[in-house]
Design a protein around this ligand. Structure first.
Ligand code: HEC
Length: 422
């Protein structure tokens, strides 16, 4: 495991499983009188409509009860298979901000099944349980940076068919800025696969980087200066009071866009990033992104479940740190990961999933910062399916795969927002 700054940490928070708040009546007597409102609606509105709405990434508009009823059998099949909602970190591992919108509570599957069996009765919309909308925008925006003009990807890299990595240099100004919360402004969701935000010294901006940016496959996602990574479905990242990411005035922002060729030919994009800033005098915790990763794996061709990992023992004398959020990242062979702290022989889980989903990569924000301390060991393992049973396999027949930035190479990261105790 590699780490960019000397780390050490205090850990008081223990993993707690949090049960999403749902209407208890659904637990009780599920018989013939299961109706859409509110028995099924409460799950659909909190778990499905953030993607399945007219502007969302998912097909069908599930804000409409009749539409859900029409596709209910398909929905149940996907819920039973564990593929909808898309896989996220297991809430049994650790609590996350917004997790009530990430995974269905265990009883939901039975409720949907009983509702279908009882004839898919819609009931009275007035009985709907009010579900607060999942807000995918920052509440307060102090600064926005955007591509200067719409960009049309060319997808000309033959080794990475249908993908383009493009870096745009967006100067936030000459003043130091202190970021409390941030979220991308995605202009064309049909082609934006992910967005990574870096800071670099202004003098490192390549010559000839105009409004159309530069091709930047070679920009390592593990390089210094990454401050955020976003993929569709992700909520804004907000830091607690006193914590902020500093971007000095002599640095500039680099927005690395991963475009994929899913929009009609000639489609353009003019995405950007929105920031909620605080005054520098209020900042007590300097937050940085630690690219914790495993780089030394060789995934054998044909292996259906190959696991490899890395560990980082923290020296006993280290002063401690806080972890605010973590972003597990692999490419299309990835099926699972586990990131945890070992302390005094005990395991403190930070993020774990057995159904990693390349199309649903999230930053998991801890409700309270996790304290990490000297003597702790950080562990990360990743599991990949490099066999023909993986529908996302790129090389068929499979080939040995190692660390690399291309989509047909692999990664194993837990990008972690952290501050070091002063
Ligand atoms: C993070 C976004 C997201 C969430 C949340 C989500 N879906 Fe999906 N869903 C998708 C996308 C994207 C697809 C299309 C790709 C695929 O089929 O996997 C899809 C496909 C589906 C399909 C398949 C449609 C077909 O062609 O048969 C069903 C059914 C479905 N989702 C049901 C659900 C249900 C039920 C929920 C909530 C319990 C849910 N989804 C939550 C993004 C999402």
């Amino acid at each position: 495991m590699r780490i960019l700054a000397p780390v050490l940490l205090v850990l008081t928070a223990t993993a707690t499983a949090c049960k999403p708040a749902v209407d208890d009546s659904a637990d009780d007597d599920i018989t013939a009188d299961v109706v859409y409102y509110p028995d099924v609606q409460q799950y659909v509105d909190s778990q499905c409509v953030r993607c399945h709405n007219p502007d969302g990434v998912g097909p069908f508009d599930f804000t409409d009860a009749e539409t859900f009823a029409t596709f209910a059998e398909r929905a149940l099949a996907r819920v039973e298979a564990g593929t909808m909602p898309p896989g996220v970190s297991d809430p049994e591992c650790h609590e996350y901000v917004g997790q009530e919108h990430m995974s269905l509570p265990p009883e939901a599957e039975g409720v949907i099944r009983d509702w279908i069996a009882a004839g898919k009765v819609i009931g009275n919309p007035d009985d709907a349980v009010a579900i607060a909308p999942v807000v995918a925008e920052l509440e307060e925006v102090d600064l926005e940076v955007r591509l200067e003009q719409p960009y049309v990807p060319t997808y000309s890299d033959e080794r990475d068919d249908g993908n383009e990595y493009r870096c745009f240099y967006l100067d936030p100004g000459d003043e130091d800025i202190y970021i409390r919360a941030l979220h991308p402004i995605v202009d064309n969701p049909a082609m934006v696969h992910h967005v990574v935000l870096f800071t670099i010294p202004e003098r490192d901006v390549p010559e000839g980087a105009g409004p159309d940016g530069v091709d930047c496959l070679s920009m390592s996602a593990g390089e210094d200066g990454m401050i955020a990574a976003w993929a569709p479905g992700m909520l804004p990242v907000e830091l607690p009071d006193g914590a902020a990411i500093t971007v000095p005035g002599n640095q500039t922002l680099v927005m690395q866009m991963h475009y994929y060729d899913a929009a009609p030919p000639g489609s353009s994009d003019q995405s950007g990033y929105a920031f909620d800033l605080v005054d520098g005098s209020t900042v007590t915790e300097d937050v940085v992104m630690l690219p914790l990763g495993d780089f030394n794996f060789r995934i054998p061709a044909g292996d259906e479940a190959y696991t490899h990992g890395a560990s980082l023992p923290l020296p006993a004398l280290f002063g401690g740190a806080k972890f605010y959020a973590t972003f597990p990242h692999m490419h299309v062979l990835g099926t699972g990961y586990k990131f945890w702290i070992e302390r005094d022989g005990e395991e403190h889980c930070l993020a774990e999933s057995e159904r990693y989903n390349f199309d649903n990569q999230l930053t998991y924000v801890f409700p309270d910062p996790v304290e990490v301390k000297g003597g702790d060991t950080l562990h990360l393992t990743c599991t990949w399916n490099n066999s023909t049973s993986n529908p996302h396999l790129i090389h068929d027949p499979p080939v040995e795969v190692r660390y690399g930035e291309r989509t047909d190479e692999e990664m194993c990261y837990a990008f972690t927002l952290a501050s070091f105790n002063r």
